[in-house]
Design a binder for this molecule. Sequence first.
Ligand code: APR
Ligand code: ZN
Ligand code: ZN
Length: 362
Amino acid sequence: MAQEVCGVIAPGKNEPVRVETIVVPDPGPGEAVVKIQACGVCHTDLHYKQGGISDDFPFLLGHEAAGIVESVGEGVTDVAPGDFVILNWRAVCGNCRACLRGRPQYCFNTHNAKQKMTLASTGQELSPALGIGAFADKTLVAAGQCTKVDPTVSPAVAGLLGCGVMAGIGAAINTGNVGRGDTVAVIGCGGVGDAAIAGARLAGAARIIAVDIDDRKLEKALTMGATHTVNSKTSDAVEAIRELTGGFGADVVIEAVGRPETYKQAFYGRDLAGTVVLVGVPTPEMKLELPLLDVFGRGGSLKSSWYGDCLPSRDFPMLIDLHQQGRLDLGAFVTETVQLDEVEKAFERMHGGDVLRSVVVL
Ligand code: APR
Ligand code: ZN
Ligand code: ZN
């Protein structure tokens, strides 16, 4: 029997979001219905509301979530009712050219639930944010979007691994391949940048330089594992990174803003043969201009990190275990918990730079 539950809807471009009754169908083949316990508020949800991602309104927002599997459809064997899971937006297909070559973390054919959730009032089909839609009591996803983890972890903490925090940690440990003794600089210390700092610490980086234009963010970055801070509003980021790395630049520079000027800082703040990781997401009008000779002459690699190049089945349980052992403080990313009807307020606070993550707890 399809169920009616509450969910946060973005009804139209820039219209305030609101709680509405939605219809969640029973899971079909390969699908699961998950009872959501917590879901973080991410910039991407705000971008959906602003019409910056697509025009497929109404959206069912929310995608950094954890909860309990309530029911599964035909053929689902990896998860079962009662399992505690983190939702992901990389349900790998197993058959695309990336998967077939043993690189499922790049899967080019990820999937979501086939059936649609709808608005109870009008019957309109909903577009779930990143194929998840978890600012809701329950949501319908593809079973592959559910990753089982240690159920003793707090749901508010676990859910954050589903998107921004995984993107940052993965930018350091997967894409940047940060290793013991490396010097690392992270430009932009919001949720994603701070997670990159935590990831670099976890990987054994010797020196972690946090760069931001906001002193509040730099203070916080120190608590996440940064060993040095640079305010790039009052000093030159590239010079400061070089000064802190024996005059050479960092082995790995992670750009967690997504702007041409900060990308250039990353490019020139890196040692010869070093690595730049772009995890900040640019907008369509942004252009990058660099002397091609510098691209050649400085060597190394220039990489982008999609979702931290994570493989949920490999990375989520491992990072939750490290958190449970006290080796990775995921709790530090939860600034506040809020109710389902407070998402609009959480967007405002996010915009003001006051929070790393507000988490809706259901
Ligand atoms: N130089 C340095 N830091 C900057 C600059 C700049 N020119 N402009 C902004 N920042 C800092 C902000 O002060 C803030 O601390 O970047 C940080 C951005 O943090 P958030 O807005 O919290 O964003 P976050 O969730 O961390 O995401 C960062 O990664 O996944 C992408 O879409 C996401 O592009 C976004 C980026
Ligand atoms: Zn695939
Ligand atoms: Zn997100």
